[in-house]
Design a protein. Structure first.
Lengths: 313, 114
């Protein structure tokens, strides 16, 4: 998928949201499509290797503590996930977890999650909480373990390999009706963080809930995201990552690529199907194909990142 | 302002967690008593619920997905309720109380205390 015509036509096609499906690829502005089928990636290790050295791997929605029919063994599927990451020929420099580490914010759930994460060969992990990580009455369990990087605020930034990463929190405040909120304080912090930064700096933003409205009736969006995105439009390469909806949905808009990762725990229904965004029960032989991770590599040009989704099976 | 502080403040009112109640739930209670609200299919049922002052309301989660009960004014907030978990709160003062599930904030309900 290397010629420009093909890239453009694919990009147009991807302007419409694409739901689910095994193994989906897309490019950032100026990027290159890396057409790899992810179910295939598990069986064809060379295909994954062609993507080059991964910059980071995104893990999301591990939901440690969940034990219902949709997946009675979420620790097992997280272990499988970690095995896939550890088995990559080039280890990613970073792991980014986009929230819902636990199912019910219980100390024992966080402890087990941390114990499992301890098996990752890549030791640098960045996190943002999901609403399932902040359901304890005092909202302290997540911050006691993962709050240090953000000084307990939940939002922070860092640089790695010339890429500027911004972790934001959108699960503590809500707009009436259900969309997440970043809030004025956090938005002002982003403005200060981006001030004076070169437009050629690749930006990666990660949150738990989507920063674009995928389905408002289920709260799949962030009410004041536009105030964030307007600050990001001047940058040449912006990658916006989230979890929360347990399925791949993606969109390319100008220089911004939006992508929601699969869960490692259980799938959820497509937007609006059924009574709400609860666990989706699927035949057990189909489950692994609906769980997975996203790998992000720098491709060709320093300003371009390529994203690859890998299913567990 | 620290966002986390807000929620910590919201959580300071003491609450009682009880087992699931067996009593059928009238939507209007004539005298102070315990009434039940079911949390199922991402809805509080019934809503609005009207009770007499002094009544204890118990919410029980019947979904596979966890929910919680959060007062919009910060009066009370349950922890995450897994399937079949319950949470109770005693309403002493008359008024209209709006509640939300902070995990699924489109889930809203009202308790009217007379």
């Amino acid at each position: 998928m290397s010629d420009d015509q093909s890239l453009l036509s694919r990009r147009n096609a991807l302007k419409c949201m694409a739901y689910g499906g095994a193994g989906t690829l897309f490019a950032l502005s100026g990027g290159v499509f890396a057409p790899i089928d992810l179910a295939m990636a598990a069986s064809d290790k060379k295909a994954a290797a062609k993507l080059g050295k991964p910059l980071f791997v995104q893990i999301s929605d591990t939901h440690i503590g969940f034990n219902k029919e949709a997946n009675p063994d979420v620790a097992g599927t997280l272990t499988q996930t970690i095995d896939i990451v550890n088995g990559m020929s080039d280890q990613p420099a970073l792991i980014i977890h986009t929230g819902d580490i636990t199912h019910l914010s219980k100390p024992a759930e966080f402890d087990l999650a941390q114990q499992l994460f301890g098996r990752l060969r890549t030791t640098e992990m960045h996190t943002t909480p999901g609403e399932h990580d902040t359901t304890d009455a005092t909202v302290t369990e997540y911050f006691n373990r993962f709050g240090q990087a953000s000084n307990n605020k939940g939002y922070y930034s860092f640089d790695h390999a010339g890429v500027h990463f911004i972790g934001l929190i959108n699960v503590l405040q809500f707009k009436p009706g259900g969309l997440g909120i970043l809030g004025d304080e956090q938005l002002a912090w982003v403005a200060a963080d981006l001030k004076g930064r070169s437009a050629s700096t690749p930006i990666v933003v990660f949150t738990h809930m989507p920063l674009w409205t995928i389905y408002e009736p289920w709260g799949w969006g962030t009410g004041d995201a536009d105030q964030l995105l307007s600050q990001l439009r001047r940058f040449g390469s912006v990658t916006v990552l989230n979890g929360h909806i347990h399925q791949i949905v993606q969109k390319v808009e100008g220089n911004m690529t939006f992508h929601t990762a699969r869960s490692t725990s259980y799938p959820q229904p497509q937007a609006g199907v059924g009574s709400g965004p609860g666990p989706l029960k699927v035949p057990s032989d189909q489950l692994a194909g609906m769980l997975g991770i996203t790998s992000v590599s720098v491709v060709k040009h320093p300003q371009a990142l390529a994203l690859t989704d890998t299913a567990l099976a | 302002m620290n966002l986390r502080r807000i929620n910590m403040l919201l959580a300071t009112v003491g609450v009682v967690v009880m087992g699931a109640m067996e009593t059928p739930s009238p939507s209007i209670a004539d005298t102070a008593e315990t009434t039940k609200i079911t949390v199922k299919d991402f809805k509080f049922d019934p809503t609005p619920m009207t009770v007499k002052a002094g009544s204890t309301v118990t919410w029980t989660n019947m979904d596979d997905e966890p929910h919680n009960v959060t007062s919009d004014t910060g009066l009370f907030r349950s922890g995450g309720m897994d399937t079949n978990d319950s949470f109770s709160y005693k309403f002493d003062k008359p008024g209209t109380y709006h509640i939300t599930c902070s995990i699924h904030p489109r889930m809203v309900g009202t308790v009217v205390v007379q």
